[in-house]
Write a protein that binds this ligand. Structure first.
Ligand SMILES: [Fe+2]
Ligand SMILES: [Fe+2]
Length: 265
């Protein structure tokens, strides 16, 4: 099978960034590369084919160290929708962490995340990569699109931050966006969440949920949303490209990003 996956860049210096993605190594000088994939929206097992192609492309990136999946893996929060995604992600050569989205919950169940946990276990996590700490939190409020993140989740965030050196670069991941100027769906208590990081070195807040590429920098923090990675849904901005996002992390906290388009077979 010929795998033809094209790429689309959104930041200046893209050629250099792509070269870095191909050749970067975790040697302390080259940037570490991490990826975010969001809004996979599987209904049937065959819908995982685009994710499989994304995984195949990710596995070619020599400097890649970590993949975060930012929610909406499923469509109706069913285990049988999440299992094909789990199977596709198992082929990744690097560690991968998942976060739930509003389509991964069953708000009528005693535990809305019961089926999600059966497949992916964790609804929040932290990870150390190349001098950075990555923090993924659960932004869901039932199956709502416009959410207020629960106080219990904010407490967990505070607990994670407490022992972290204030100078250490941090990257924050969620399903719902924190972007100050997202076209829609900004977390209602986003300012309170970002305020938790006031004495820390937050450099990135990456999200999905709003299917489309949005990149902005505000007060030294890079905020992103990314096009969906699914054949079952469209992007909200009308763009046809599906894919994932790469981040190039420097040990000193500098960061660049690019969108990578993934095409169907
Ligand atoms: Fe979505
Ligand atoms: Fe969503």
């Amino acid at each position: 099978m010929t795998r033809t996956i094209t790429r689309r860049a959104f930041l200046a210096g893209t050629a250099a960034a792509l070269a870095a993605a191909r050749g970067a190594r975790a040697d302390g000088n080259a940037p570490a590369v991490i990826a975010a994939v969001n809004d996979i929206h599987i209904k049937d097992a065959g819908d995982a084919a685009l994710l499989e192609r994304a995984v195949a492309r990710l596995n070619t990136l020599e400097g890649l160290q970590f993949v975060a999946v930012l929610g909406d893996v499923a469509t109706a929060g069913k285990r049988e929708e999440m299992t094909p995604a789990f199977g596709a992600l198992e082929a990744l050569k690097v560690p991968c962490k998942i976060l739930p989205g509003n389509h991964d919950v069953n708000p009528g169940a005693p535990d809305p995340f019961a089926e999600y946990r059966q497949v992916f276990s964790e609804t929040r996590w932290t990870r150390e990569v190349a001098g950075w700490t990555l923090i993924g939190f659960n932004s869901c409020e039932g199956a709502k699109s416009d959410v207020t993140v629960a106080a219990e989740e904010l407490t967990w965030l505070k607990e994670q931050l407490a022992p972290i050196d204030p100078a250490r670069p941090l990257a924050l991941f969620s399903h719902h966006p924190l972007n100050p100027h997202t076209k829609k769906y900004r977390i209602k208590n986003a300012d309170g969440i970002l305020g938790l990081f006031a004495r820390h070195n937050l450099r990135l807040a990456a999200a999905g949920h709003w299917h489309g590429n949005q990149v902005e920098t505000d007060k030294g923090v890079l905020f992103t949303t990314t096009a969906c990675c699914t054949p079952t849904r469209d992007n909200f901005d009308g763009t046809p490209q599906k894919g994932f996002r790469l981040f190039h992390l420097q040990p000193d906290g500098r960061i660049t990003t690019e969108f990578v388009e993934v095409t169907p077979a």
